[in-house]
Ligand binder design. Structure first.
Ligand code: ASP
Ligand code: MG
Length: 411
């Protein structure tokens, strides 16, 4: 029987009763003969509470100290889960990141894992224990506490599964799998049995919140079979795995939307070499990530340039752009934070033409104006007014044949 890594998110360990239920689930896997490494998040709401505490004493905290505080949420849950497993008659040992040497770089608050020491975990497994590992945290080469970014326990779990060459990695969360669209927005959404790494990666970067992006990157790189499941049901969940021919037959496998976007338009940008580098260089200096960029055809040596950024970065972006107005002689800077990005994703797009045109047609018929477009091999994204985001998702979901068979009857 192989080694399994299971990860339980905040809602699965939200209170003592749920922690006991997780302990029973762990013991079931043990009884089936699997060696088990379990990664847990902090109790739901705890990381936010800790971040607020940090803010209450210092509004511009150093990220090193902030990590020292927020990493503590997971220390509580590994201890509690180990105790619950012991109380249920099993054996378990908890591990903080420094105890199984989850070594990261020193980018506090969004550190990247460099290596993991298997030995302490292997020794615990050899003794018949469940190894319960704190998610989200790491240590850097100097032994400082680091964290992996919000949702980082997913990445801890997949990185462990890769390092230990686990047979599978199960991510237990509050939804029972990956859906064709957010079921809160699109009641006709269906749970997928399987989705390819690439599609999942695209969805995670386009606003689907099921898995942290880094965890999908890790799973894809090391070919870790990844199951997304609910700890409240016995549903098999969704398998994130290598692409196969059956997946390519499906044109679109999911519709995502992201309301965390803002769009800026720079009017009258001089059309000469070096200008784009100046504009986006100024944003890069402030670590602002730019998404969809569109430049209009030039007229009289000037063009309009629009791009999107995360909504949280809008104020800083405006400030940076306003400073460039005199330098570049811009005619104006406009911004809009009431926009959303709606995307269709599917590996089937690679071999089929006309998918983008069909998307634009659907949006047009619904009276939804498209502000900018971006495409890649397996996705098409449109920026639209935020108030149309949900309508757009539902219309596209129906048009691309994704609705549950019984959904029409419910409407
Ligand atoms: N507790 C951390 C967070 O809330 C990590 C995680 O849950 O994955 O972001
Ligand atoms: Mg999570």
């Amino acid at each position: 029987m192989g080694l399994w890594v299971q990860k339980y998110g905040g809602t699965s360990v939200a209170d003592p009763e749920r922690i006991r239920a997780v302990a029973r689930r762990c013991l079931r896997a043990r009884a089936e003969g699997h060696d088990l490494v379990v990664v847990v998040s902090a109790m739901s709401g705890e990381t936010n509470r800790l971040l607020k505490l940090v803010q209450s004493v210092n509004q511009r905290p150093s990220e090193r100290e902030q990590d020292v505080v927020v990493a503590t949420g997971e220390q509580v849950t590994i201890g509690l889960l180990s105790l619950a497993i012991q109380a249920a008659g099993g054996q378990a040992t908890s591990f903080l990141a420094h105890q199984c040497r989850i070594v990261t770089d020193s980018t506090f608050s969004k550190a990247r894992i460099k290596r993991i020491d298997e030995e302490p975990l292997r020794a615990a497994l050899a003794r018949g224990e469940v190894a319960v590992v704190a998610g989200f945290q790491g240590i850097d080469e100097e032994g400082n506490v680091t964290t992996l970014g919000r949702g980082g326990s997913d990445t801890t779990a997949v990185a462990l599964a890769a390092a230990l060459r686990a047979e599978r990695c199960e991510i237990y969360t509050d939804v029972d799998g990956v859906y064709t669209a957010d079921p809160n927005v699109c009641p006709a959404a269906r749970k997928l049995d399987r989705i390819s790494y690439e599609e999942m990666l695209e969805e995670a970067s386009l606003g689907a919140k099921v898995l942290q992006i880094r965890s999908v990157e890790f799973a894809m790189k090391y070919r870790v079979p990844l199951w997304v499941k609910s700890s409240f049901t016995d549903d098999p969940g969704t398998l994130v795995c290598e692409e196969d021919a059956a997946m390519e037959d499906v044109l679109v496998s999911g519709i995502t939307h992201d309301r965390n976007e803002a769009r800026l338009v720079l009017r009258g940008v001089p059309d000469r070499p070096g200008v784009a580098a100046r504009i986006f260089g100024a944003l890069d200096e402030r670590h602002i990530v730019v998404d969809i960029i569109v430049q209009t055809a030039q007229q009289d040596g000037r063009a309009d340039l629009s791009f999107t950024v995360g909504r949280a970065d809008l104020a800083a972006t405006r400030e940076a752009m306003d400073r460039l107005v005199p330098e570049l002689g811009l005619r104006g800077v406009e911004s809009d934070d009431q926009v959303a990005k709606v995307s269709i994703v599917g590996v089937g797009m690679r071999n089929h033409s006309g998918v983008a045109a069909r998307m634009f047609d659907v949006l047009g018929k619904e009276g939804v104006n498209i502000q900018s477009i971006s495409t890649s091999e397996i996705k098409v994204s449109c920026v639209v007014a935020a108030k149309y985001a949900e309508l757009a998702v539902r219309a596209l979901h129906t048009a691309f044949g994704l609705d549950r068979a019984d959904a029409a009857a419910e409407r």
